[in-house]
Write a protein that binds this ligand. Structure first.
Ligand code: PGA
Length: 252
């Protein structure tokens, strides 16, 4: 179901105390100040998921993992399975973040396996796509994003698509302070929706939530969130400050 979503990707930040405080502050502000009905999801590091899921059990905030393993279980030292995440209270998982693709060499076949594991475990998938600056300069960005969608998502059934959210995160905008202009964001979001429609049909495409990510903050959120095909945000840096995150939420 297409809905408005604000996701906070904490990446590898925060010890236990800091993570618990951030979650407590965000849930307090949401309770006191937020009247909207957007879905709110926090993505803490794995080790904090269980505690934060318990802390926020009776709140309207959901929790997710920033990654999951491509396998079910077994001898994969250091990995965390989708099923383990779900058993700790996670409802979502981010798959295909550009930092995972580039620093950990995650290929489309790895990502496809992760998506299948996540869906099997009953998690909602936030699947990230996006081009580097070089790819945009060479006008390869549309082809690249289309292939990222095709390689990992177009084999899914309509039912499975009901558990998938797409996040467009131009790599050149992540953590750099550079943001896609509203025109660039709308152009790519519309392209993503059209590409999904071409393969899966218009009805399904109109029901998919497509989030924008990449230096989204309190000052630029409104101009991005008003765009027709932008259904919310995946926020990195600005999600580490409760005030900023909740101020962004209020603009959704
Ligand atoms: P950023 O990160 O908001 O710090 O640019 C976004 C992301 O990587 O999800």
């Amino acid at each position: 179901m297409r809905r408005r979503i604000l996701a906070g990707n904490w990446k590898m930040n925060g010890d236990r105390e800091e993570a618990m405080s951030l979650a407590t502050e965000i849930s307090g502000m949401v309770k006191d100040e937020y009247l909207g009905d957007s879905k709110i999801v926090l993505f803490p590091p794995f080790v904090h998921i269980h505690s934060i899921a318990r802390l926020l059990e009776h709140s309207r905030i959901s929790i997710g993992g920033q990654n999951c393993a491509a396998a079910d279980s077994g001898a994969f030292t250091g990995e965390v399975s989708a099923k383990m995440l779900a058993s700790c209270g996670a409802q979502y998982v981010i798959i295909g973040h550009s930092e995972r693709r580039s620093y950990f060499n995650e290929s489309s076949s790895d990502l496809t396996a992760k998506i299948m594991q996540a869906l099997k475990a009953g998690l909602q998938v936030i699947y990230c796509v996006g081009e580097t600056l070089e790819q945009r300069e060479q006008t390869e960005h549309f082809n690249l994003v289309a292939s990222q969608l095709r390689e990992c998502l177009f084999h899914l059934s309509k039912d499975q698509w009901g558990h998938v959210v797409v996040a467009y995160e131009p790599v050149w905008a992540i953590g750099t302070g550079l943001t896609a202009s509203p025109a660039q964001a709308q152009e790519m979001h519309a392209f993503i929706r059209q590409t999904i429609a071409d393969h899966m049909g218009h009805e399904l495409a109109s029901e998919v939530s497509i989030l924008y990510g990449g230096s989204c903050n309190e000052s630029n959120a409104t101009e991005l969130f008003v765009l027709k095909d932008v259904d919310g945000g995946l926020i990195g840096g600005a999600s580490l400050k409760s005030r900023s995150f909740v101020n962004i939420l209020k603009q959704l």
